[in-house]
Design a protein. Structure first.
Length: 334
């Protein structure tokens, strides 16, 4: 019996339409790729999904109707080709008998590299230097402070796989690293533990955020915490914008007291046109693209697609699927 595989996106798509990945999917079963499902009702979506064994998720996927948790029909496996799961799948579905997986650690190195790029760029005031040169100047004014990673009191908020990779990249530059993550028992070598966010921020000159977005972390970086950073202190965020009280951060940035490298902003994760922040020379906005070199890399794109094919094959052979999203992992993730 042929297995049935379904993808439903909105009226835009980032799923491939042809190539090796699609050919490999077709070898696994009967594939239906719907790129314009925006007009379907929840009832229509649920009825369609129930007819398939496997549902694929991508960045433009339509969220899975919650009623699938209680009445899944033929659906037994939801395979996210990318990392995002929470915006498409409810906790009820995670708690059901349906298996849900994602890409695991595939983009770890690229995101960690992006965070390091932002930290070094902000620390060296590269954004201000670029603006100065473009304005026909040459030397930075004396009020720009620059800085060095060596000896920098560096706070890490969240020690998942990306945080660990970031530490591996930056450790040879000899910062003093403090970490706040109440769920991690063992820290990397030569790192100090902060028992609270207050302890982390009050002892840091720069804080890099690697935490997942959940009810515990949402807006957890408050105005009071930001005030604990010294003048010219730095915030780097490549995780999720809503972890920070953005209004409070923007007050600090507009005043010129702090510096920042922000790959992500509070939802809808975009800076409005004509926003004053676009002119600030103490902040770099990388528009959720600081690690997008991995998207352009056929090697990494192939890895995420290859994992999807491998996982569907494992599922169809009744073998263990990799990177299953458990309840705990779901609650802690973005």
């Amino acid at each position: 019996m042929s297995h049935k595989i379904l993808y439903i996106g909105y009226n835009t798509y980032r799923m491939p339409t042809e190539g090796r990945f699609i050919d490999s999917l077709n070898e696994l079963g009967e594939v239906n790729l719907i790129y314009d499902g925006s007009q379907m009702t929840n009832a229509e979506l649920a009825e369609l999904i129930r007819q398939y064994d496997v549902l694929l998720l991508h960045w433009d996927s339509i969220p899975v109707p919650d009623e699938i948790a209680l009445s899944p029909g033929n659906l037994k496996y939801i395979c996210s080709i990318v990392g995002s799961v929470k915006r498409y799948v409810s906790l009820n579905i995670i708690d059901s008998k349906i298996i849900v997986s994602n890409w695991g650690n595939i983009p770890t190195r690229q995101v960690a590299e992006g965070a390091l790029t932002l930290l070094l760029s902000v620390l060296k005031d590269l954004h201000a230097q670029i603006q100065e040169v473009r304005a026909q100047g040459w030397r930075l004014p004396s009020n720009y402070v620059g800085g060095s990673v060596e000896g920098l009191n560096l706070g890490i908020y969240g020690l998942g796989v990306i945080g660990e990779e970031f530490i591996r990249l930056i450790a040879p530059l000899n910062p003093v690293i403090r970490i706040y993550d109440p769920y991690v028992k063992k820290l990397p070598e030569n790192c100090l533990r902060a028992e609270s966010l207050s302890e982390l921020f009050s002892n840091s000159q720069a804080v890099v955020i690697h935490a997942g977005l959940n009810e515990e972390t949402k807006k957890s970086v408050t105005a009071d915490l930001l005030a604990m950073l010294p003048d010219n202190g730095i915030i780097i965020n490549t995780a999720r914008g809503d972890i920070i009280d953005q209004d409070a951060l923007f007050v600090e940035l507009q005043s010129g007291r702090l510096r920042a490298g922000l790959d992500v902003l509070a939802e809808p994760d975009i800076l409005p046109q004509n926003h004053l922040a676009r002119e600030w020379n103490n902040c770099i906005f990388s528009a959720h693209t600081i690690s997008d070199n991995w998207v352009k890399s056929s090697r990494v794109c192939y890895k995420m697609e290859q994992l999807c094919i491998e996982n569907i094959g494992r599922f169809l052979r009744n073998e263990p699927v990799q990177n299953i999203i458990t309840r705990n992992k779901y609650l802690l993730s973005s």
